[in-house]
Design a protein around this ligand. Structure first.
Ligand code: 5CA
Length: 442
């Protein structure tokens, strides 16, 4: 992509309405544009990042055997009346009437709809477990939308739902999501800690929030620092292995503020390991047994007996993650963001010095661009006639991990190549490709 043809509307200064780094940078670099309070359009740069995040989430769901579906954004109120949540959910739910005067709503979550889908087809315990997910827009009429896409009204979420025959089997499903979430966030270079949490309007009595540490986070957390050392890399989806993983995490006190108890904290965590800080909730998993299956009559035949299925639900804030990654990865010292290779909108930028009467640098840049593209490296080439130092500054602002600079006296064997916030090195195109590819495969 040539920068002159791209739609990346960069602002000169940080917008004053934005209070936190991620919101400032997302507006400044033209990733998003507000369309009304708490509702945003995603422009190409932001959309590319969100799509990469979505794909990682998808792959890790598929890996533990969850099947992808797509449910609509608009739901009928009937199923919410069946579950009893239509009145309980309150003003956060956007209620709409269609032309027949039927009560509809823009889904804030999908427990009811997926239960309705399940009960209409699955009749025997032999079809269990059923694990289903979709990635779809949600709407919650938040009282105070804030921090850009971090707490907004319309947001993109991965939500999954599990259906099992017994508590024991349901906890096995819960644990599969527990593992898949650790793997998902690890692939984005994030260390997300599972913390015992409240269940709020979703319900149930077992729940973990996955939280990444950030001073600007809205969740207060209390934790034992040793939890950061727990290793999940050898865990498989076998029951024992997953149970062990949960145990390894749960032996350390780690809770959000709704669950916090000072006496327990001090009793369980030696002083030197106590950490009281803030974080961003990027995922939340719940186990709620038959809370929905019973009122909605979602049951299966179990050797001649009717059993209500045991359910859980599992959310990842796909759009929130874009902001969360900026908050977690922002480099205060250099005042830059740096995208993890797995989600970066472009891997590399090519910045030629462009002279009005001489196209040669632009031609060299285009040749290098083609070689990188052939190697599946995503490149943005700055063909504008801005001076080179403002081009370098611009791409630092965008957080693109690598830069190639084509200046005077170009030498094929010694191309100026910079990893963001490092000193430039001078290497050949083959070495550049090797370096970027090896970073991409980590
Ligand atoms: N049905 C359950 C699990 S699928 C559920 O809705 N859980 S949730 O309410 O915790 O939302 C799941 C995730 O969506 C959260 O962890 C958070 O990352 C994201 N999220 C929730 N509300 C917002 C919001 N207003 N703006 C942006 N992201 C949000």
């Amino acid at each position: 992509m040539y920068f002159s043809k791209s739609f990346i509307p960069i602002l000169k200064n940080n917008p004053t309405e934005a209070k936190i780094k991620s919101h400032q940078l997302m507006l400044r670099t033209g990733m998003i544009k507000q369309s009304s309070a708490g509702i945003y359009s995603w422009l190409p740069l932001g959309f590319r990042i969100m799509k990469k995040i979505e794909q990682i989430v998808r792959e890790e769901q598929n890996r533990v055997g969850v099947q992808e579906i797509l449910m609509p954004t608009i739901q009928s109120s009937d199923i919410w009346k069946e579950s009893g949540r239509y009145d309980d959910y309150g003003e956060e739910m956007l209620r709409i009437k269609d032309r027949q005067n039927r009560e509809m709503l823009y889904g804030p979550t999908n427990e009811e709809l997926v239960t309705e889908i399940f009960r209409s087809s699955i009749k025997s315990y032999k079809s269990l477990p059923q694990l289903l997910y979709h990635i779809q827009w949600k709407f919650r009429d938040e009282l105070r939308p804030r921090f850009g896409i971090m707490r907004c009204r319309e947001f993109y979420m991965k939500d999954a739902y599990s259906f099992d025959i017994s508590d024991e089997e349901a906890l096995h499903s819960y644990n599969k999501f527990f593992l898949s979430y650790l793997n998902t966030f690890k692939r984005m270079d994030l260390s997300a800690i599972p913390m015992a949490a409240d269940t709020g309007p979703i319900g149930g009595n077992l729940s973990h929030e996955f939280i990444i540490l950030a001073d600007t986070g809205e969740s207060k957390i209390f934790t034992d620092k040793r939890i950061f050392e727990v290793d999940s890399s050898k865990t498989t989806i076998e029951k024992n292995s997953l149970n062990k993983l949960r145990e390894n995490f749960e032996k350390y006190y780690s809770v959000t503020d709704e669950k916090f108890n000072q006496i327990e904290f001090e009793k369980n965590v030696p002083e030197k390991y106590r950490l009281q800080t803030k974080g961003i909730e990027v995922g939340h998993i719940f186990y709620f047994g038959d809370k929905y299956s019973k009122p909605m009559n979602a049951s299966v035949d179990y050797n001649g007996k009717k059993e209500f299925v045991k359910m859980g639900s599992y959310g990842v804030g796909v759009s929130r993650l874009v902001g969360a990654i900026i908050e977690a990865k922002y480099d205060e010292k250099n005042e830059t963001m740096k995208w993890p290779m797995s989600v970066t909108p472009y891997d590399c930028s090519i910045l030629p010095i462009v002279n009005k009467n001489d196209n040669s640098n632009l031609e060299i840049a285009t040749n290098i661009y083609n070689s990188l593209k052939k190697n599946n490296i995503d490149v943005l080439i700055d063909d504008t006639d801005e001076n080179i130092s403002s081009k370098i500054k611009k791409f630092k602002l965008l957080g693109i991990p690598f830069q190639i600079i084509i200046g005077k006296n170009f030498n094929e064997q010694k191309i100026e190549f910079t990893e963001i916030n490092h000193d430039p090195i001078f290497i050949s195109i083959d070495e550049i490709i090797k370096k970027i590819k090896s970073k991409k495969s980590h």
